[in-house]
Design a protein around this ligand. Structure first.
Ligand SMILES: [Ca+2]
Ligand SMILES: [Ca+2]
Ligand SMILES: [Ca+2]
Ligand SMILES: [Ca+2]
Length: 241
């Protein structure tokens, strides 16, 4: 119940390949920049289908990636909300409890339940807020549809963003944003350039729904200084093997 996000519905893994540390003097900007490489849907056995996104990246100081055991509180999955509206990384007795006035209804986005935060051996429901910086790769899915009503789907605007929360039952917290691990294996800052492979396993959950659609993804990454890259778009693709 500690987990806020429900990515297990569409579990993902991220793999990494071909990182190149640049030998030339660093002339790249310190913020990351990315470009589209490829996107492919693969039908697997045991319903383990996957969607494999590759993007090329570069970053002038190489501060890309979040560790599995990240201790920096900037990258915590969520913050607690206090009675004065402050966002704090660790629980204390100022944190709003369920039942307080003027709070959102109970859901998995604004509240965390079934954990004994104050140590009295009774589980608590307390107010939280998801931290978007928990992720460092952000993806939005779109499907092609005749949004301007001219009878075809050949226009730049003929895409509709897919709302995973609606598809998966109206609760918030679904999505395919993810995190990749630190890419710079040296102790020193250095420019990095390479290809990131983001493998979304069990994307089969989407294929029954969108099997007949043309899809596209918007992608953005973020470095440890919270610099966001440009947003890129994939080619159109479908979920047919
Ligand atoms: Ca950087
Ligand atoms: Ca308690
Ligand atoms: Ca159209
Ligand atoms: Ca048209």
């Amino acid at each position: 119940m500690m987990k806020l996000n429900f990515n297990y519905f569409i579990a993902y893994l991220i793999f990494l390949c071909s990182i190149v540390a640049c030998d030339e003097p660093p002339e790249l900007p310190v913020g990351p920049s990315i470009s589209f490489n490829s996107i492919a849907f693969r039908e697997g056995s045991n319903n383990r289908d996957s969607l494999i996104l590759k993007i090329d990246f570069e970053d002038g100081d190489g501060d890309l990636g979040l560790d599995r055991n990240e201790t920096d509180t900037r990258f915590k999955e969520f913050f607690f909300i206090t009675d004065t509206g402050e966002r704090i990384p660790f629980y204390d007795d100022r944190v709003i409890r369920f039942g307080a006035p003027n709070q959102p209804p109970h859901d998995f986005v604004n509240w965390i339940s079934d954990v004994d935060w104050d140590g009295d051996e009774v589980v608590d429901t307390v107010r939280i807020e998801f931290n978007e910086n928990f992720y460092n790769i952000f993806v939005d899915f779109f499907y092609r549809s005749d949004t301007n009503g001219d009878g075809d789907i050949d226009d730049d605007t003929d895409y509709i963003k897919i709302d995973f929360n609606e598809i998966f039952g109206g609760q918030g917290g679904f999505g395919l944003n993810g995190r990749f691990f630190p890419l710079n294996t040296s102790d020193n800052e250095r420019p990095l350039r390479g290809t990131l492979t983001y493998k979304m396993v069990n994307a089969f959950k989407l294929s029954p729904i969108f099997r007949d659609n043309i899809l596209k993804i918007d992608v953005q990454i973020q470095d440890r200084a919270l610099n966001r890259s440009n947003i890129i778009q994939t080619n159109d693709f479908n979920l047919q093997p």
